[in-house]
Structure formats: structure tokens, C-alpha cells
Design a protein around this ligand. Structure first.
Ligand SMILES: [Zn+2]
Ligand SMILES: [Zn+2]
Length: 274
């Protein structure tokens, strides 16, 4: 079994409207790409901040400018397609109740939890670059993985997205001095306690860091902790569906992973990988 659950039907720019991308024709392109890559389970997980309902959770200026679509209409549209229905929902500390209300108002197949922001600053987008204010890499990495731990423990999510996204810029940003495993530790503990599925995302190979999410060291710690894995590409265009999956499956087998998680109606089962 191969899956691709962390997908977006459009790019992140504001020109990529719902009207133009939430269409049967566009979904057909994703389904064709998945079939060509032998991916049996395909689902979309649009960013929560593209929807007006997200402003009940957070009022970051980027969210305010992005929240133009209707979450109910998105859910209804996806249910007219063969795609599984997911949502990528940022973890905002202190807003757990509001996030839960938003998620519970819709019948989703799975929820992908992400940490893109440390405070109001972004780890993967230069407009609100976290590296502009705080220069100490060990502080940024520590805070990032504490948030990942909190997000896992919140119980809000089925899948922990791109778990070491803080490395996004690679050597274009300062690197921590401490052993990265020290920074991973709180997240691994929370993953073990919560049982959340850890996303293996090939998107890392399309970003400046040019490395799979998560790193080998993170993955080995997850395996030692008994974690389960989910496989996705985080594609924003059909051409990236199943991006570099051969390489990802080989890497996962090298870690000793033999099963991946499959989701429906927020229930999880495991299937043999590949
Ligand atoms: Zn993301
Ligand atoms: Zn995404």
C-alpha cells in the first residue's frame, strides 16, 4: 500500500483560488498522477487558514489575509470526489478548544497537525521569518520541538506533519550547536505517549534543506519509541503527487518500517508499506 494524504489542490499563493482548483478536472489530474505512481489511498488536506472559520482560532495577519474560503463548501466538494477528506490544521498553543470546535464541526477522515509558527514567526516562510528576530538556533529548535510535542499531546490530530520542519532552510540559516537528538527528545516522548502517526514527507527533498522529513536520527528515535508512520508528498500541484516515493520507501525500509497508516472517518489501520 502507498498513500498520499497530505495534499493541497492548489499552490499557496492567493491567485490559486478555490473556484479554479476545487474542480472535478483538477481532482482528475491528481487521481491520474496517483494512479501512475501506484498510490491507492489519496486524500486532500487543505490549509485551515484558507478558510474563514480559522479566524475563530487565530488572528495572525497572514491568516486574516488568507481566510477567504468556506470550510463547509470545501468538505462538501471533496465528498463529491473519490478523495479522502482531510485538513491541515496548525497547532496554536492555548487555542486547543477552538481548534477542537473547528475540527469537530466537520466529518473528516483525518486531521494533519502542523507547526509552521513559533510565536508569530514562521519557520518555513521568509515573510515572517523566525530567524529575523531570534538568532540563537538552539533556542529556536528547542521552542519548535516543544510545540511539536504539545501538538502531539493535544490529541487533536491523527498525523504529525513534516515533524522536523524547523530544518527547512538547511544551511541557509544558523544550525544548532547541540546534538539534534537533544532537541528531538520532547517531541519523541510526546509521540510515544500520544500514539500520533509520524508523517514521512518527501516535500523536504523539494525544499532548501533537501532532506526527507523527518531526518534519519528522528526516525530512528521514533522507531525505538514504537511510533507509527504515514506517507505523503505535501504536493501543491499534481506533478508532485508521490514525489520521490521510490526513494522514500527505500529509506523507510532501511529504517525498519514495514507498515504505514491508513485513515478513514478518523479511524486508523495499518497496511504493509509499498
Ligand atoms: Zn505544512
Ligand atoms: Zn501542507
Amino acid at each position: 500500500m502507498l498513500t498520499d494524504y497530505h495534499l493541497h489542490l492548489r499552490r499557496d499563493d492567493s491567485d490559486a483560488t478555490a473556484a479554479r482548483h476545487f474542480t472535478a478536472e483538477n481532482v482528475e489530474r491528481y487521481l491520474d498522477a496517483a494512479a501512475a505512481a501506484s498510490i491507492e489511498e489519496l486524500g486532500v488536506s487543505e490549509h485551515v487558514y484558507r478558510f474563514g472559520e480559522a479566524l475563530e482560532v487565530w488572528d495572525h495577519p497572514f491568516w486574516v489575509e488568507s481566510a477567504v474560503d468556506d470550510l463547509g463548501a470545501y468538505c462538501e466538494f471533496v465528498r463529491t470526489t473519490p478523495l479522502r477528506l482531510g485538513l491541515e490544521v496548525d497547532f496554536i498553543p492555548g487555542r486547543e478548544d477552538r481548534i477542537a470546535n473547528l475540527i469537530d464541526a466537520h466529518r473528516l477522515d483525518y486531521v494533519v497537525g502542523s507547526v509552521h509558527f513559533v510565536g508569530a514567526a514562521s519557520v518555513d516562510w521568509d515573510e515572517y521569518d523566525v530567524w529575523r528576530g531570534e538568532r540563537d538556533p538552539d533556542t529556536i529548535w528547542r521552542r519548535y520541538f516543544e510545540l511539536v510535542a504539545e501538538s502531539a499531546r493535544s490529541g487533536l490530530y491523527d498525523i504529525l506533519a513534516h515533524p522536523d520542519l524547523v530544518k527547512y532552510w538547511g544551511h541557509n540559516r544558523p544550525q544548532p550547536e547541540r546534538d539534534v537528538r537533544f532537541h528531538y527528545e520532547p517531541a519523541i516522548e510526546a509521540i510515544a505517549e500520544s500514539g500520533i502517526a509520524v508523517e514521512v514527507s518527501t516535500a523536504g527533498w523539494r525544499k532548501p534543506v533537501d532532506e526527507l522529513y523527518p531526518s534519519d536520527a528522528f526516525a530512528h528515535m521514533c522507531i525505538d519509541a514504537g511510533a507509527a508512520f504515514a506517507l505523503s508528498s505535501d504536493a501543491h500541484v499534481p506533478e508532485d503527487v508521490g514525489h520521490q516515493y521510490d526513494r522514500a520507501v527505500e529509506t523507510m525500509r532501511g529504517w525498519g518500517v514495514e507498515e504505514i497508516c491508513v485513515f478513514e472517518d478518523r479511524r486508523r489501520r495499518k497496511e504493509p508499506l509499498g
